[in-house]
Design a protein around this ligand. Structure first.
Ligand code: KG4
Ligand code: ZN
Length: 323
């Protein structure tokens, strides 16, 4: 079994995954409530909280898997990208665990984890495929031919799609994280009531979402707060984000000539995005929610295709805010 550790942002995660991709335990201790009143993740609070709970999260994962440290053959940890102080807690914990048992340790690129999340479980996607990863921290489309690698075809030039949901929700006076709230409200709204911009910058498959929140801000300023319908605003705003994600996916599929699609990241929970992706034609893999949002199972899973470091080489391993 591979023990995975993920602490790149505001979730403290540990998981046990077998070498054939079965998830034996996937524990996620979310810090969401701690950061809620600040309207976003506070890095220093995140690091401290990781330190507080990482040992019990590890114990919990082992217990749920019915395993002990003696069953662990390899340790995998998110090396980056992410918040440096948060990453360091995971990397240090992984090094200590691995070194004490002389186990190999595999450093994992967090984004590679999202890219290969659909390769876990009973019905794993097989390369080649196109993957759309859309979360609060990142938004990109990649092509996967070899499970150990991915080629980014397009990425956001400014805000991530989840960030656009969160910032929009904030302007609408909804809670954090805003994606689920907008998703819910949009269900009762008219997605054509307001016209928000669909930005598709450049010749490639890049995204840009920062103009969207500005557009919402001006729409709110220019409308009567009593008559403006929040569900219409949410539905129209969501439609603008999903339109762009789907348009880029379509372009990627056409350009690359592939038949399989995977979705990942927290925004993959979005109802409209799922429905529209399913209607595209090619087979679509959407992992269960706990594998879409940040988790350690995807990190342990990606480590299967990575390069393990042997003791004592990994003692010099450092976290990296950017890879
Ligand atoms: O992957 P994730 O848990 O954390 C990051 O790595 O960022 O993604 C969280 C993001 C948040 O921005 C949240 O608003 C968004 O995913 N999200 C959604 C939905 N559920 C979560 N966005 C749209 N619709 C949803 N149902
Ligand atoms: Zn992530």
């Amino acid at each position: 079994m591979i023990l995975g550790i993920e602490t790149s942002c505001d979730d403290t995660c540990a998981a046990l995954v077998t070498t054939d991709g079965a998830v034996r335990a996937n524990v996620i201790a979310s810090q969401g409530l701690l950061h809620e009143r600040y309207g976003g993740v506070v890095p220093e609070i995140a690091s401290r909280q990781h330190l507080e709970v990482v040992d019990s999260v590890l114990d919990d994962a082992l217990e749920r898997a019915g395993a002990t440290l003696a069953d662990v053959e390899e340790v995998a940890v998110t090396r980056g990208p992410g918040l440096i102080g948060a990453l360091l807690v995971g990397v240090s914990t992984a090094k200590a665990l691995a070194a004490s048992r002389r186990l190999p340790l595999t450093p994992v690129d967090h984004l590679h984890g999202h890219v290969t999340a659909s390769m876990l479980g009973e019905d794993p996607i097989e390369p080649p495929y196109i993957v759309l990863v859309a979360s609060g921290g990142h938004t990109f489309i990649a092509r996967v031919d070899d499970p150990g690698e991915y080629r980014v075809l397009g990425e956001t030039l400014d805000d991530a799609a989840g960030e656009a949901f969160d910032k929009g929700a904030r302007l609408l006076g909804l809670g954090y994280p805003g994606g689920p709230e907008i998703d819910r409200l949009a269900g009762d709204g008219d997605p054509t009531a307001y016209d928000f911009p669909r930005s598709m910058p450049g010749e490639g498959l890049d995204f840009s979402f920062s103009g969207l929140k500005t557009s919402l801000l001006y729409t709110l300023k220019g409308s009567d707060p009593l008559s403006a319908s929040h569900s219409d605003l949410a539905a129209s705003y969501q439609r603008a984000i999903v339109d762009v994600l789907i348009a880029r996916l379509e372009q990627a599929l056409e350009h690359e000539g592939l038949e399989r699609v995977a979705l990942g990241g927290g925004v993959a929970a979005n109802k409209e995005l799922r429905e529209r992706a399913a209607a595209l034609g090619p087979a679509v893999w959407v992992p269960p929610m706990e594998l879409c949002t940040d988790n350690a199972a995807m990190i342990a899973g990606a480590a299967r295709f990575g390069k393990p470091l042997q003791y004592p080489d990994y003692l010099a391993l450092d976290a990296a805010a950017r890879l």
